[in-house]
Write a protein that binds this ligand. Structure first.
Ligand SMILES: [Ca+2]
Ligand SMILES: [Ca+2]
Length: 685
């Protein structure tokens, strides 16, 4: 109470002071940046780091390298979707446990990241139920299973020598969390666990300027939205409670954690993300919790930052104040997909990001968010292209995070928003791909196996080679060495992003040796694939359209582990057309591979499609796309509701409009597109 009286006296003085000295100062900010709470606070669920020993035995902790996570490959599971073990239509922990053999042996990952598993307020099997709106940090979402299911999963994971990490969301809770409900009362002991103001402030954290949300006559801060109010990390009780949550679950046997939305943890006046105060709390967490465990734990940072390496790198901390052990790299994935999609090397500097200290980046082709679509959909379900993007993504010295389903090239569902990325893994596709040695799944497995065998592929350095063939323009080739001074193992990775076969391409190199022995470990071996080294160049022969190859340099005796399909002499031509119902009926018909035809010098694609009898919509929309329905290229029409059966389009890249026509069930229509003249026609057969 003494504390509150102090403020009653102080506030009128500060009003006077600031109204004279700073005209635009907002009175309501007074107090928002003050530190509050009991420094000696202990959580009702308090646990100590030392208690870990008495709980779940970590059978693999002996002789475990301190940096074990740097040698891992993670499988990123959306728990709600992945596999439903009991038929209630909700993915669950048992479903994961039943698939550990798949994850470890058939795919080849040795660690698992679970999307949020704690009790959350949005609980609906048919809804998104993302779990980032926590209502209890100490209990498990009951749709996912019982506490003993988690215990069993962790035990089975460790029996196999695998690791498992949880998703931790410290920035905000649900607005239904008991702490927030209590915080609404001005005299509550949870009052300062959240940020309250009498006025609607306009803090803009880069996501939205509407970050203060009304509750009765007051406003509270929620960086994402009003349903997820931000915790106040300038309150000592919140700081300790959140550290306790981490200890609690690490003590249960988790090997580490992924931390959500770290950029937005602590706001400063006029500065609402990536603040110094935020860095300081994570440095405290690292020092007091993560590094305090005898069995090495780690934390990986989700700071969704693109094209700003300096800001991203700050999350590693400094040599004296280390912060995250690993940082997820949002500059790595898209260039893989877009190099393949667009036909030239877009990787730039992303293959060899600057590393801080002994830290490491986590890289991925996609995740559960709107970072990009699923690689399968982004690349029009073209297997050859998906494999090339997969190889490019995994052949780099970072820690791979494979978003479940992407190892199959599984497409996203045709609905809007991030929900489209969060559907069950297709078990029928697993069955098919498991038995096909040349499947996307097996390519993942072979590269992950090579990564296990050769530490250079995990911890080495990438040296990009300069193309000697098309230096003046965007290069359709990419070649790089992965090597390390401390190892004799050296690899050359080569990509042809174009849709044309290439008889020969050359790159500058500085091995300064002729006739170096090589073995091709991955690539099409039915052609002469010898590579020729001279003093300052290397020449690679007979690259198929969309080829990807890995050579071991310095040994000619090694076996090819993934011999891709036959060399294709001709250009690969394809166009995928997507078709669906109209805006009132989102039922998706399908995507179709169109046939190419060359008519009077024009590039023309056409396809016959029969409208199914169970299709309820009277109209359909269609478009060309190499990617997802919402984000890809469309044939744009000026008016969305034009009911045309033929016409001209303004651009194939107009993303705003799709072409809509009336159709009848059971009738077959011929869709024809002229890419040269930008015309289309749809005719009933
Ligand atoms: Ca279930
Ligand atoms: Ca915050």
């Amino acid at each position: 109470m003494k504390y509150k009286l102090f403020f009653l006296v102080l506030i009128p003085i500060t009003i006077f002071f600031f109204s004279c000295s700073a005209g635009d100062f907002e009175l309501e900010n007074v107090g928002l940046f003050e530190y509050t709470g009991d420094k000696n606070y202990r959580s009702q669920s308090h646990v100590e780091v030392s208690a870990a020993k008495n709980q779940y035995n970590d059978v693999n902790s002996e002789n475990l390298s301190k940096d074990w996570y740097k040698d891992s490959s993670f499988y990123h599971i959306w728990v709600k979707a992945f596999v439903d073990s009991d038929g209630d239509r909700c993915g669950d922990l048992k479903g994961i446990e039943e698939n550990l053999d798949y994850i470890q042996e058939i795919l080849g990952c040795d660690a698992i990241w679970l999307s949020p598993i704690f009790s959350c307020s949005y609980v609906s099997i048919d809804g998104n139920m993302h779990g980032y709106d926590t209502i209890n940090y100490y209990s498990i979402n009951e749709f996912f299973g019982k506490p003993e299911d988690l215990e069993s999963l962790i035990t089975e994971v460790h029996k196999r020598g695998m690791k498992i990490i949880f998703d931790f969301v410290p920035n905000h809770t649900s607005d239904a969390h008991p702490w927030f409900l209590s915080s609404k009362e001005k005299n509550s002991d949870k009052r300062n666990w959240y940020l309250w103001s009498d006025e609607q402030l306009s803090w803009n954290n880069g996501m939205s300027s509407k970050t203060w949300h009304k509750k009765d006559s007051e406003y509270y801060y929620g960086a994402f939205n009003g349903m997820m109010p931000d915790l106040n990390f300038r309150n000592y009780e919140v700081r300790e409670e959140m550290k306790n949550v981490v200890r609690y679950w690490l003590n249960k046997g988790f090997d580490g954690l992924r931390i959500d939305a770290v950029r937005y943890l602590i706001e400063e006046d006029g500065d609402y993300c990536d603040t110094q105060a935020t860095h300081e709390w994570f440095q405290e967490l690292r020092k007091e919790v993560i590094d305090a465990y005898e069995s090495p734990k780690f934390m990986v940072c989700e700071a969704w930052i693109e094209n700003d390496r300096n800001t991203l790198n700050e999350y590693f901390g400094t040599a004296t104040n280390p912060e995250f052990n690993m940082v997820l790299d949002f500059d790595a994935g898209k260039p893989c997909i877009y190099s393949v999609r667009d036909g030239f090397d877009k990787t730039g500097e992303s293959l060899s990001p600057m590393k801080e200290f002994t830290s490491v980046f986590g890289t991925f082709l996609g995740n559960h968010d709107e970072y990009c679509g699923r690689v399968g959909s982004e690349l029009g379900l073209q297997e050859k292209l998906i494999k090339q993007a997969t190889a490019l993504s995994l052949l780099r010295p970072t820690v791979p995070f494979i978003y479940y389903g992407n190892e199959l090239g599984q497409p996203e569902e045709n609905i809007s928003g991030d929900f489209r990325l969060r559907y069950p893994i297709k078990s029928s596709e697993v069955t098919i791909q498991k038995s096909n040695p040349l499947s996307i799944l097996n390519l993942n497995n072979k590269i992950l196996s090579l990564r296990k065998k050769y530490s250079v592929l995990r911890n080495g350095v990438v040296t990009k080679l300069e193309s000697l063939d098309n230096t003046d323009k965007e290069s359709s080739f990419l070649a790089y060495f992965i090597s390390d001074d401390s190892s004799t193992d050296k690899f050359l990775c080569v990509f042809n992003f174009s849709n044309k076969a290439v008889q020969s391409c050359s790159f500058s190199q500085n091995l300064t040796e002729n006739d170096i022995a090589t073995s091709m470990l991955i690539g099409d071996s039915d052609q002469d694939n010898t590579i020729v080294f001279t003093d300052d160049s290397v020449t690679i022969k007979n690259l198929a359209p969309y080829a990807y190859r890995v050579y071991y340099i310095g040994n000619s005796e090694l076996k090819n582990v993934f011999d891709d399909e036959n060399y294709i002499e001709n250009e690969i031509v394809y166009k995928t057309m997507y078709i669906r119902g109209n805006i009132n009926n989102w039922e998706v018909l399908d995507s179709f591979l169109m046939n190419a035809a060359n008519m009077e010098g024009d590039t023309v694609y056409s396809i016959d499609i029969k409208i199914p009898s169970n299709f309820d919509s009277k109209t359909i929309e269609f478009k060309f796309d190499t990617g997802s329905w919402l984000n890809g290229y469309n044939w744009g029409l000026n008016k969305l509701n034009s009911d045309k059966t033929s016409g001209t389009v303004t651009s194939i890249q107009d993303q705003s409009n799709n072409i809509i026509i009336s159709v009848e069930k059971n009738k077959t229509y011929t869709f024809t597109f002229n890419f040269t003249k930008l015309t289309f026609s749809v005719k009933a057969k």
